[in-house]
Design a protein around this ligand. Structure first.
Ligand code: NAP
Ligand code: SF4
Length: 679
């Protein structure tokens, strides 16, 4: 029986969890997220500050990014590895600071198997992963035992380094998962063939780890509840695995969903909230240990519903705690509306890590930079004018006000949010509305004076000590004959519903905005993040019904015919985020959007859009469309700049007003925050 707090909206979320030798204060696990700070011991103080801030925010248990137990299992050359006591001083910096902050931390042991991006990689069998250019060498039988021992040795080192436990990474298509699934395990010895043999590696790893660390140490096993690839495990195999790893000594089972090579998105913004908790619910009655659910749980109401329904004993969140280290403290204090919500964009976290950078957060640029981006009180309170209430202006205004400045935020329009106010209208990007809600609440809390519908002149700002120009961008109008034809509309007009859109549409420009607009045009007018429809679209089924939880995809047909065009040759969408670009391309393909690259726009007239392409106009065509939506990038809006500079005023340009070419909310919020941090 669990104790529940009745003085809160979230009694299940905030209930302690008694694990026998240890009681966790609430039901939140900060799930593993590789930050890139693990790879170099010199970054240990930064990692320590990052985790300690979250421990102070009320997270009871955290899991580090993955550390390989064996050099052949690193994520890539130079990747994090724990196989030698000489590495422990850096870990001690992290564990000591987490414990001082009142938290607990487990080290994730991750053997990358055939996903290891270095030439000396190993796997159960010699099949190359489609997302890795290196092919693995199959492990000899004696090496299988050596690698199992490496997990046990790594767990002992983790204990010696002050960790409260380990998480054994058994999902996402890494080595352990590769042994489990017939897709990657073609062995005919004791480690392959029958389901029991395929499970042996996972179970032996847990058994050896438990034997090595003793009873009073957390051992979390991350179990793949849906491989979401052909040749994945069946549900009976998964349940048997859960039972066997629990019997072998796992304290908790955490949920993993989908291999990295899966064609189904599992954490992108377009994945409905809590999309996979029903999978954990199916496992829970069959195993004798608490289960943790994960994926797209980003707000306390969602977590509470999942726990109250009995889907799981705990929820795992990683990105939401990057976005707001005080998530739990705010939830517990009845301040949910103050939470800076993770919008699942991946732009500053996973996309950075996949590009071998360091993770941060688009909506919270301090994440992973806690020691460097310090927002202390200002030395002298100034009058600050911020012009423009898009992401750059909003972040600048609330950061400046939080430091004690008196801030006026002027916005010519009637709403705040700028490009985010457009983005939130894209199907699958509804989460962007949370960021606007967050800033509106911060405006109230920090005392920013918000002036909506106010287009200021340089003279209006004469009394301010500092001016931050965040006036954003305007949609670029390309120089095409006939561009003033009534069928041509800009993307803000289309997204705001200011103009009727016909049944056949050409989208000029295939950057992030062109792709988003194409998604908008190929969905019905008021789409909802409906889980059943999402599962049909991506071919996901109940895990009992099919191995890997896959079935044939049946996307809803598009209500419109859409052509997405770019002048550059080659594949469309190559500049989209690493971890989300493929999701957008697959979504457009499912909706039948025709992607056309390498074209010239000749003219627009009543017949439609005239294109020329190919040698000697061999591929010229006319797209007989009703509407043309222009998504050809942006131009900066800086009308005030010259007047302010002429008056000798200190002006700080931020966001799209500074650089429109790479209009980017990540840079806008970062720049707004840093500018205000320096005022
Ligand atoms: P963009 O990425 O610069 O793309 C603009 C597109 O317009 C390009 O495909 C370009 O392709 C075309 N274009 C440029 N000048 C043109 C002209 N004079 N005539 C005709 N076509 C022209 O801009 P965006 O799509 O507005 O996106 C802006 C930024 O927002 C991006 O950098 C991205 O960071 C961010 N964003 C990202 C996402 C996402 O990742 N899902 C979504 C939205 C926005 P050609 O020159 O080849 O024709
Ligand atoms: Fe969430 Fe985006 Fe921040 Fe990553 S960068 S934590 S996905 S808001």
């Amino acid at each position: 029986m669990t104790e529940q707090r009745m003085d809160t909206e979230y009694p299940h979320l905030l209930a302690p969890l008694d694990l026998g030798f240890l009681t966790l204060p609430n039901r939140v696990l900060m799930g593993s997220m590789h930050t890139g700070l693990e790879d170099d011991p010199a970054d240990a103080p930064k990692l320590a500050a990052y985790f300690a801030e979250r421990a102070r925010g009320g997270v009871g248990l955290m899991v580090t990014g993955g550390y390989a137990p064996h050099p052949q299992g690193v994520l890539g050359a130079g990747g994090s590895l724990l196989d030698d006591p000489a590495q422990l001083p850096a870990h001690r910096i992290v564990t000591d600071s987490v414990h001082e902050a009142g938290g607990r931390i487990a080290l994730q042991i991750l053997h990358a198997g055939r996903y290891s991006k270095q030439p000396d990689l190993v796997a159960p069998s010699a099949s190359r992963a489609p997302i890795n250019r290196f092919a693995p060498r199959p492990l000899e039988e004696h090496e299988v035992l050596e690698h199992i021992e490496s997990f046990a040795a790594c767990a002992v080192l983790a204990r010696d380094g002050g960790y409260d436990g380990v998480e054994i990474m058994g999902s996402e298509g890494y080595l352990i998962n590769e042994f489990l699934a017939p897709r990657t395990n073609h062995r005919t010895d004791d480690w392959g063939g029958t389901p029991e043999n395929r499970r042996r590696f996972a179970v032996e790893v847990v058994r050896r780890v438990r034997d090595a660390v003793g009873p009073d140490f957390l051992v979390i096993y991350r179990i793949s509840l849906a491989d979401l690839v052909e040749g994945g495990q069946t549900w009976d195999e998964i349940v048997a695995l859960g039972q066997e790893v629990a019997a072998a000594g796992a304290t908790l089972l955490n949920t993993g969903i989908g291999w990295h090579e899966s064609q189904v998105p599992t954490i992108a913004t377009s994945v409905p909230r809590a999309a996979f908790t029903s999978f954990t619910a199916r496992l829970r009655p069959h195993v004798p240990v608490p289960v943790i659910t994960s994926n797209r749980i980003n707000m306390p109401q969602v977590a509470e519903e999942v726990l109250a329904r009995g889907d799981a004993d705990m929820v795992s969140m990683a990105r939401p705690l990057l976005a707001d280290p005080e998530w739990i403290r705010k939830a517990a204090g009845g301040r949910t509306d103050e939470i800076n919500t993770c919008i699942a964009c991946n732009q500053a976290c996973l996309d950075h890590v996949f590009d071998e950078g360091k993770a941060s957060c688009l909506v919270n640029p301090r994440a992973g930079r806690e020691t460097e981006l310090v927002l202390g009180p200002a030395r002298r309170a100034k009058r600050v004018a911020v012009v423009g209430a898009g992401p750059a202006g909003l972040s600048a205004a609330v950061t400046a006000a939080s430091r004690g400045h008196r801030v006026d935020l002027f916005e010519a329009g009637e709403t705040v949010g700028g490009q985010f106010d457009l983005a939130r209208r894209i199907p699958g990007k509804e989460e962007f509305a949370e960021t606007i809600r967050y800033y509106l609440r911060q405006i109230e809390l920090t005392g920013v004076a918000l002036h909506l519908g106010r287009r200021v002149t340089a003279a209006d700002l004469a009394d301010h000590d500092e001016v931050v120009l965040a006036t954003g961008v305007t949609a670029r109008v390309p120089d095409i004959p006939g561009i003033d034809h009534p069928m041509v509309v800009t993307y803000p007009q289309a997204l705001r519903g200011e103009v009727p859109i016909g049944a056949r549409v050409a989208v000029i420009g295939a950057g992030g905005v062109g792709v988003d607009v194409s998604e908008f045009l190929t969905h019905p007018e008021s789409p909802t993040l409906d889980l059943a429809a999402w599962r049909r679209e991506w071919g996901v089924t109940d895990p009992e019904s099919a191995a890997g939880a896959l079935r044939a995809a049946e996307p809803e047909p598009s209500p419109r015919t859409v052509y997405l065009l770019q002048r550059t040759g080659g594949r469309i969408g190559t500049r989209l985020g690493k971890t989300t670009g493929w999701v957008h391309r697959a979504a457009l393909a499912a909706k039948g959007v025709e992607l056309v690259s390498g074209v010239n726009y000749e003219k627009i007239d009543d017949e439609g859009l005239h294109l020329s392409a190919g040698p000697e106009h061999a591929d010229d065509r006319v797209l007989a469309v009703d509407t043309i939506v222009v998504c050809a990038g942006q131009e900066p809006v800086r009308d005030l700049l010259d007047g302010l500079r002429a008056a000798g005023r200190p002006v700080h340009l931020v966001g799209g007003a500074d650089v429109a070419a790479e209009l980017d909310a990540k840079r806008a919020i970062d720049q707004g925050t840093r500018t205000a941090a320096a005022l």
